[in-house]
Ligand binder design. Structure first.
Ligand SMILES: Nc1ncnc2c1ncn2[C@@H]1O[C@H](COP(=O)(O)OP(=O)(O)O)[C@@H](O)[C@H]1O
Ligand SMILES: [Mg+2]
Length: 249
């Protein structure tokens, strides 16, 4: 599904990604962790065409993504969330979903008034559990509901691969739990890459974890393998003391 080989990204001489190899098979829910500045967001930027790598290849379903425009990559079935929100607060939940769904459509179809709601929007609404809030303005949503709406907006575009950058940041415990379940459900029929650092969350919802550090893949494996790895412990020690990897009781 997704294959990165020796990907390098250099910003003013600084190697944000320094030879990243990453393979994510179809239908996998892959977690990406690593300290601040490790290159996690840059990796997503490279896959989605926002940042062009200085070297290396990015293949998706056999096609080379390097050099393609962002919208072209979206049309190929790659969807992402940003760390900042893209929800229109003045629009309702369903209008936001509808807008997202039309994003992948050819321009001519936008000029025609469609009656009712598309199947993709219905599905996104049901998946994210936002049916009851469909007609509410997005501005009144809780932080968690808003994050689900953003995920719904991606789903409405019918992507094959979803890239989610810290989707549970700032969520309550219950919201995190629901999001974990949602991610697992989505991975039933999508490939999903999630950036998240919270080890409790990973232990509950992750199977395969890739650890990024200073622009390189440090370790890859199960949550237990990764958190027991001395290299990972060293990278996290003193950085995020509260939830340092490997701090299992
Ligand atoms: N557009 C940019 N210009 C210059 N440096 C950048 C840019 N984007 C990211 N960086 C740097 O690249 C490194 C990796 O950033 P990032 O991918 O955002 O890390 P993470 O998401 O893992 O916290 C950081 O040191 C960051 O300052
Ligand atoms: Mg980031």
């Amino acid at each position: 599904m997704l294959e990165l080989r020796d990907v390098q990204v250099i910003f003013d001489g600084f190697r944000a990604l320094d030879g990243v190899d990453l393979t994510v098979p179809e239908g996998e829910l892959r977690f990406l962790i690593g300290p601040n500045g490790a290159g996690k967001t840059t990796l997503i930027d490279v896959i989605t065409g926002l940042t062009r790598p200085a070297a290396g290849s990015v293949r998706f379903g056999g096609a080379d993504l390097v050099g393609r425009k962002e919208h072209e990559i979206v049309r190929m079935g790659v969807g992402r969330t940003f760390q900042t929100s893209v929800v229109f607060e003045a629009l309702t939940v369903i209008e936001n979903l509808d807008l997202a769904a039309t994003f992948r459509k050819p321009l001519w179809s936008l000029t025609r008034r469609r009656d009712g709601v598309s199947e993709a929007v219905e599905e996104a609404l049901a998946r994210t559990g936002l049916e009851e809030l469909a007609e509410r303005s997005a501005g009144v949503l809780s932080h968690g509901q808003r994050q689900w709406l953003e995920i719904g907006m991606l789903l409405a575009q019918r992507p094959k691969l979803l890239l989610l950058d810290e989707p549970v940041a700032g969520m309550s415990k219950d919201e995190r739990e629901r999001t974990g379940e949602l991610l697992t459900e989505i991975a039933d029929d999508h490939t999903v890459i999630v950036v998240e650092h919270d080890m409790d969350f990973l232990r509950r919802h992750a199977s395969v974890v890739t650890v990024l550090h200073e622009g390189k893949v440090l370790v890859e494996g199960s949550v237990d393998e990764v958190s027991a790895d001395p290299r990972v412990q060293e990278v996290y020690l003193g950085r995020r003391a509260g939830d340092a990897v490997g701090n299992r009781p």
